[in-house]
Design a binder for this molecule. Structure first.
Ligand SMILES: Nc1ncnc2c1ncn2[C@@H]1O[C@H](COP(=O)(O)OP(=O)(O)O)[C@@H](O)[C@H]1O
Ligand SMILES: [Mg+2]
Length: 303
């Protein structure tokens, strides 16, 4: 019986989602005769790994320390295969500015942006935005997920919103791209597929993502022409490979005037019942357990 250690929880703002991901992954693996243990990424982690001796470690963490290379660098020391991306790809993907720079260098379209370290007067900033981006804009931290602290801003509320983000050293201010919200997934070297989200809320924010009462519509298959779909999957695959990702990734796009704008690539996409990757897989006839087994298989290949 294969022993799998699931790491979930942690201290990021996405702790609750990670616990949910961990629970659902554990339930599915248990049902399929794996020997599963769930643990937190705390100071006892290495002891837990030593005594449980897992064959593979399933990283079910999201956000800071779980998705940005920190836990990955600790796991590297154990010599036990762990799921999803390694240290450097995780760090690159988690940093929205670094990954945008890589996308731009490699001709992957991403919304125009400025990075901002709270070092300008309000007037200077507004002038710069008017010149480079135009309002509305989207402000977001460099290294959060789940739409935590992502805000669509106009000239009238941007200063107030930025003030609420001062604790982050730096944020990015992006041109707002209207249009459709489409996300696409890769597993290993396989183009898994895509899904469209139609939020009832102003945008695909935290509530729209996790609260079923917010009633975001999930559309699959996505209504795209064959060539548009191919273009989408090619960009998604290119981004996954460029960053050097492993296992499963999900890339978030805005689709506007026949152009796909890549917002970000997620190296630890959610695996809750409302999560998109399991839904995309299911549409392709890949059951949840099969998806998990593909992820586990890719973990071993990374080593
Ligand atoms: N430049 C943008 N234009 C329009 N909407 C955006 C833009 N950036 C982010 N959003 C909205 O905010 C959501 C979260 O942004 P994203 O960059 O994917 O960060 P997170 O890591 O929090 O998911 C997106 O799914 C989209 O709905
Ligand atoms: Mg996103």
């Amino acid at each position: 019986m294969k022993k799998i250690l699931i790491i979930s929880g942690g201290i990021s703002k996405e702790r609750a989602i990670s616990l949910d991901t961990g629970k659902q992954v554990a339930k599915e693996l248990n049902k399929n005769n794996y020997k599963v243990k769930i643990t937190e990424p705390n100071f006892k982690l290495l002891d837990v790994i030593k005594s449980f001796k897992p064959k593979i470690i399933f990283n079910a963490l999201h956000g800071q320390f779980g998705e940005d290379g920190y836990i990955q660098s600790i796991l590297e020391t154990t010599k036990i295969p762990y799921t999803h991306s390694g240290v450097v790809p995780s760090a690159l993907a988690m940093d929205k500015e670094l990954s945008k720079k890589i996308f731009i260098k490699n001709n992957i379209l991403t919304p125009k942006y400025i990075s901002y370290s709270f070092n300008k007067s309000n007037l200077e900033l507004i002038k710069l935005i008017n010149k480079k981006l135009k309002f509305p804009v989207v402000i977001k931290p460099l290294n959060e997920g789940s739409s935590v602290n992502v805000f669509i801003c106009s000239k009238s509320n941007i200063i107030k919103k930025l003030n609420s983000l001062k604790n982050y050293r730096k944020v990015i201010i992006e041109k707002f791209i209207p249009g459709r919200e489409i996300q696409a997934a890769i597993i290993g070297s396989k183009k898994l597929g895509a899904i469209e989200l139609i939020p009832k809320r102003k945008f695909y924010d935290y509530q729209a993502k996790y609260n079923s009462k917010a009633k975001t519509k999930h559309i699959i298959p996505v209504d795209l022409t064959k060539t548009q779909y191919k273009r989408l999957m090619d960009i998604t695959f290119k981004a996954h490979k460029l960053i050097g990702c492993a296992g499963v990734t999900r890339s978030d796009f805005k689709f506007y005037k026949n152009k796909f704008y890549l917002l970000e690539i997620n190296t630890q996409p959610g695996m809750t019942s409302l999560s998109l990757v399991p839904e995309i897989a299911a549409y392709r006839g890949i059951k949840f357990i099969k998806l998990l087994e593909l992820i586990l298989k890719d973990a071993s290949k990374k080593k």
